[in-house]
Design a protein around this ligand. Structure first.
Ligand code: GLN
Length: 481
């Protein structure tokens, strides 16, 4: 899609201004119901689009993303625009700087239509934890779009942007991509700079593209990847052109299928069937399918729900009504009885949501003296074990295949009462974050539920920094559909 739009732009079949206007009219028509966007950036977008049109007229060479409209998750900072992270505590916050990924996309002349909805501080699997609104799934508006990057996935699915950025800490890009029928790619930890991403759990977070096709995701990845002085965990030079790696050659590819991912438990039989059909397709196209076992995966979700809240409790300490965030002080006025701790407690009590508080408390507890070894240190050991298991597995296979989520999109309100049930929708995705490996979700078919076709995603996981093989295999399957 991006390539075709680019051709149309440079051949002057359309202008970027017209393209941008079209996207805004679609947003005006559809978004009052879908609620994918938290804020729009219309004037600035149109100005930018006209500037791109000028460059085209002048015959300047343009990047593939020039003049292409996108949506950005509202926990990624764009200078001069709001960045609420879906939280009331950042309701009036305007970012004073650009995230590195935004700086890079600006160099490509991409157009930022607006900021998309998310679960508060990216904690959730449905966008129902957003302090502002629940995004609806464009394929069935009685259902959730997934989360936490549900706004980004819904915006792409409903054609309210060409591509979007989300962030993936435990599946927040892949699971909504699966629920909305689009592509979500979590890069290897360290491939994309996290500078300017409002941190949830720093050792797991990665900014990730959501797009209509594997090629589009690859095009975006090429532009945002690379070493950044402002994020010491970035470690690759970033000169790979991922969209040129989609060779279609999967003949010698070894694809591992973990038996644990297909065993009973919560996996919907219809989802399993679609994943099995994808396996058959790969086999037919010449890939070698190898049954594997990832026994430590059983502990992945438990490990995630210790490490993640620990990092959350530390990262979110800055939202205290003094350094960052809405403050109760304004409301209470000058009050000599108001001591510093009151400001902290009362501001956080008032402006942070229930799920965020739950995780801060869990994390603080797990890090406290006496429990640190029992929970946090132990979880780190299991993390090392899970990583080792992947290392050994990747000596035998090139990719690992399984479902992205155990079910298609669930109903709005269905899992809000029971957070543990909500956590289970990440069961297949968190392992990639724990190990730091790249993973992609691509649509692999629909299941029919109550006269609606609901999309289902297939997940492929690859070796550290081997996005080439991952994207190429995903692209081949996509093209065979
Ligand atoms: N749904 C998961 C959670 O609630 C993942 C979140 C994410 O990837 N940001 O933690």
């Amino acid at each position: 899609m991006i390539r075709e739009l680019h051709q149309k732009l440079i051949n002057q079949k359309i202008t970027s201004e017209k393209l941008t206007e079209d996207y805004f009219s679609r947003i005006e028509k559809k978004d009052p119901e879908i609620k994918a966007y938290l804020s729009l950036n219309k004037e600035f977008s149109l100005d930018k689009a006209r500037a791109v049109d000028k460059k085209i007229k002048n015959g300047e060479e343009l990047d593939l993303l020039a003049g292409i409209p996108c949506g950005i998750k509202d926990n990624i900072c764009i200078e001069g625009l709001p960045a609420t992270a879906g939280s009331k505590i950042l309701e009036n916050y305007i970012s004073p700087y650009d995230a590195t990924v935004i700086k890079k996309l600006k160099e490509s002349d991409s157009i930022f239509l607006g900021k998309t909805n998310l679960d508060e501080f990216a904690m959730g699997s449905s966008t129902e934890n957003s302090a502002y609104q629940t995004t609806k799934n464009p394929r069935d508006t009685s259902r959730v779009p997934g989360g936490s990057s549900g706004g980004s996935a819904a915006a792409v699915a409903a054609e309210m942007c060409v591509y979007a950025l989300g962030s993936d800490t435990g599946g927040s890009v892949r699971q909504p991509a699966s629920f909305c029928g689009v592509v979500g790619l979590k890069p290897t930890y360290g491939l994309v700079s996290r500078f300017g991403l409002i941190a949830m759990a720093s050792s797991l977070d990665q900014i990730s593209p959501i797009a209509k096709s594997v090629e589009d995701a690859a095009i975006v990845l090429t532009r945002i990847a690379g070493k950044d002085r402002k994020d010491a965990t970035t470690i690759k030079s970033g000169d790979t052109i991922y969209e040129n790696c989609l060779t279609g050659d999967i003949k010698k590819l070894k694809i591992g299928v973990p038996k644990e991912y297909f065993s009973e438990g919560g996996l919907d039989p219809k989802v399993r069937k679609l994943a099995e059909e994808a396996i058959k397709k790969y086999e037919k196209m010449g890939a070698e399918i190898i049954e594997i076992s990832l026994p430590s995966g059983e502990y992945a979700l438990a490990t995630y729900y210790i490490i993640m809240p620990c990092e959350v409790s530390s990262n979110l300490a800055r939202f205290d009504g003094i350094r960052f965030g809405q403050s109760i002080e304004k409301e209470m006025g000058l009050n000599e009885n108001l001591i510093l701790q009151d400001i902290y407690f009362k501001s956080r009590a008032k402006y942070l949501g229930k799920e965020v508080k739950r995780r801060i408390m869990l994390g603080t507890y797990a890090l406290s003296a006496g429990y640190y070894d029992r929970y946090y240190a132990k979880a780190q050991k299991v993390r090392a074990l899970i990583k080792k298991e992947f290392e050994e597995t990747f000596e035998k296979v090139d990719l690992i295949l399984g479902p992205t989520a155990p079910t298609p999109a669930f109903k709005i309100g269905e899992k809000t009462e029971n957070p543990l049930e909500m956590y289970l929708s990440d069961i297949y995705t968190v392992t990639a974050n724990i190990a730091g490996i790249p993973a992609i979700s691509i649509p692999c078919g629909n299941v029919r539920i109550k006269e609606k076709d609901l999309p289902v995603g297939l997940q492929l996981m690859g070796k550290w920094f081997d996005e080439e093989t991952l994207l190429s295999a995903a692209h081949t399957l996509e093209q065979s559909a």
